[in-house]
Write a protein that binds this ligand. Structure first.
Ligand code: ARG
Length: 579
């Protein structure tokens, strides 16, 4: 609807430009918003106020002229001036019912597929291997996954890239420790985490060990077959832990999406050579760097982006530059989204700028660092175990499921253990994911099991249960909401409000995709569940005697159920027939 009004306003401004009312070269950015108070119309624009000054007109006068120039349209019953020069649009009375009936029969729920479709590279999760995934990896993995699903649903081609840290100095330590062990050391790798801890201890305690580890990194990175074979073994073990976590989380990342730092190894020398060729490189204390005027430290001295150390080694930034180039030229990206901790903001500003100057990416390719804040414990400090250690993600998920099991058991003592466990698994994981997704990604948040597992408030259990309740209406009526067809005539206020909210689904998804902010979808669904409750309380569905009203309300409930389920699916949260 918004898009339709924008089109109409575009036509109206074109008409006014053609007849000389508006300057022909005036650039126009049309903004249309939904109104808070429906009695003054459903949508409003401040266009006349924006254009009044450059057009040298009074805002109300220009608004009048814009309204006169609007082409007639079935979806608008009237447009009128309000206040200092707003234009308010009233949508046609039968429009809402028509839109809802169309959504009912549309597998995409009235969400148009993007045209033209873009190729969107989404970089998320990206844990450093050798250690197991810890809570610090949760946000990138979950938020990135929800945005990837949403962008895909909107019809774009999504290429997921899991930029794992699989090439760093940690592997030198592992190789060095492995060298010291007797023949069947392979055994010890089953607990790679413990092996890593031992290696780190040795590294910190012994200079001889540390030197050997550093030499082994160089040997590995220069392609020694024995080192590489062992490195591959470490990686396989470590990745299998990651995939265990992804599976538990229900995250859409596969082995094919893994393209870690090591994948760019053979391109790094060329990246540096290209920077050199373009005159972007300088040398500073033997290291090769790019200096950009706009990045300075607090003393005002320029900050370098180091791409090669004085010992010849390459850096994190160098692999990211190679990755940018690869994503542009091999993957054909129109947009690249990076879901990485906010603390890496400067890194991304720098590599994006270097990549642009070096021509590694096209000028019109959108590069966005979608940063996020920290997940904190109850004390407001980064989430840790009681003794101050990092919390393994798998342990956190286990605890969530255990707590969910206790809750679900209490609510449904009559269910058998297998069913209880099934429900607990989905509630526990859903709760952890939703708690993260529902907060604006830019802020820090406090992780709190009790809150996220509550059946009240903006939580996964509340929304999952809302869906289950609607599903039970259809079970009772012996109807399949997917097969229901027919007219929808919202009459009561609660029906109209619910309907008006439902038809904004496409708008919300678009915002989630543009801003990389799934919390907007969470708020939308939470509000949807509330509006449905109000509707269900005031408008009897199964017990109403008028057949046409009963059918219309059932159809409205069906669109609600499907929107709720689709929304939760895009967030990566499962729904349950019973809970
Ligand atoms: N492995 C990195 C870390 O743990 C995150 C990778 C993010 N992606 C990227 N292209 N740099 O900090």
């Amino acid at each position: 609807m918004k898009d339709r009004i924008i089109q109409l306003l575009e036509q109206a401004t074109a008409t006014l430009k053609a007849d000389g009312t508006l300057p022909a070269d005036l650039s126009v950015n049309i903004q249309v918003d939904r109104t808070k108070d429906r009695s003054h119309g459903d949508y409003a624009t401040n266009l006349a106020m924006m254009l009044a000054k450059p057009a040298q007109k009074k805002p109300r006068e220009l608004a009048e002229q814009l309204i006169a120039a609007l082409p007639a349209d079935d979806s608008i019953s009237k447009a009128e001036i309000a206040g200092p020069g707003f234009i308010n649009f009233f949508q046609a009375d039968d429009l809402l019912g028509k839109q809802l009936a169309a959504a009912l029969t549309d597998p995409r729920l009235g969400v148009a597929a993007a045209s033209p479709a873009q190729t969107v590279v989404i970089d998320y999760s990206g844990p450093n291997l050798a250690k197991e995934m810890h809570v610090g990896h949760l946000r990138s993995t979950i938020i990135g996954d929800a945005v990837a699903r949403t962008v895909e649903f909107l019809g774009h081609k999504v290429v997921r890239q899991n930029h794992v840290g699989d090439w760093g100095t940690q592997f030198g330590m592992l190789l060095a420790l492995f060298e010291e062990l007797p023949g069947d050391a392979g055994q010890q790798l089953s607990d790679l985490e413990a092996f890593y801890r031992d290696a780190k201890k040795r590294f910190d305690a012994s200079e001889e060990f540390a030197q050997r580890a550093r030499a082994l990194v160089v040997k590995l990175q220069s392609g020694d077959p024995d080192c590489l074979a062992l490195w591959k073994r470490f990686n396989d073990i470590s990745l299998s832990h990651c995939f265990e976590v992804y599976e538990r989380l229900g995250v859409n990342l596969s082995r094919a999406d893994v393209r870690g730092e090591s994948a760019y190894n053979n391109m790094l020398a060329d990246v540096v050579a290209e920077l050199e060729k373009q005159g972007l490189l300088s040398e500073s204390e033997g290291a090769r760097c790019v200096f950009l005027e706009q990045f300075r430290n607090k003393d005002g001295d320029p900050l370098p982006v180091i791409v090669q150390k004085n010992d010849g080694g390459f850096l994190y930034a160098t692999s990211d530059l190679a990755a940018l180039r690869y994503r542009q030229h091999q993957l054909g990206a129109n947009r690249m989204l990076y879901f990485v901790d906010q603390r890496q903001a400067l890194h991304f500003q720098q590599v994006f700028e270097v990549a642009r100057r070096a021509g590694f990416v096209h000028a019109d390719t959108d590069l966005v660092h979608m940063g996020f804040g920290t997940m904190n414990g109850p004390d407001g400090k980064p989430f840790k175990t009681r003794d101050g250690g990092t919390v393994k993600l798998i342990d956190l998920l286990n605890e969530a499921e255990q707590r969910a099991l206790a809750l679900v058991k209490e609510k449904n003592p009559e269910l058998d253990p297998a069913t209880l466990e099934h429900i607990a698994r989905h509630v526990g994981i859903g709760a952890v994911k939703y708690a993260d997704l529902s907060k604006s990604r830019q802020s820090d948040y406090i992780f709190n099991f009790d809150q996220m597992l509550s059946f009240d408030g903006n939580t996964a259990p509340y929304l999952m249960y809302a869906w289950t309740r609607i599903a039970s209406i259809f079970r009772k009526a012996e109807l399949n909401p997917l097969e229901l067809r027919g007219d929808i005539n919202p009459q009561a206020d609660q029906e109209i409000e619910l309907g008006n909210h439902l038809v904004q689904f496409a708008d919300v998804l678009q915002q989630v995709a543009d801003k990389g902010m799934p919390h907007l979808l969470c708020s939308y669904l939470y509000e949807l569940a509330g509006l449905f409750s109000a509707f269900y309380e005031h408008c009897p569905v199964l017990s109403v005697s008028d057949e046409a009203i009963r059918h219309s309300r059932l159809c409205l409930a069906a669109v609600t159920a499907r929107t709720l389920k689709q929304g939760l699916t895009l967030l990566g949260i499962d729904t349950l027939e019973r809970m």
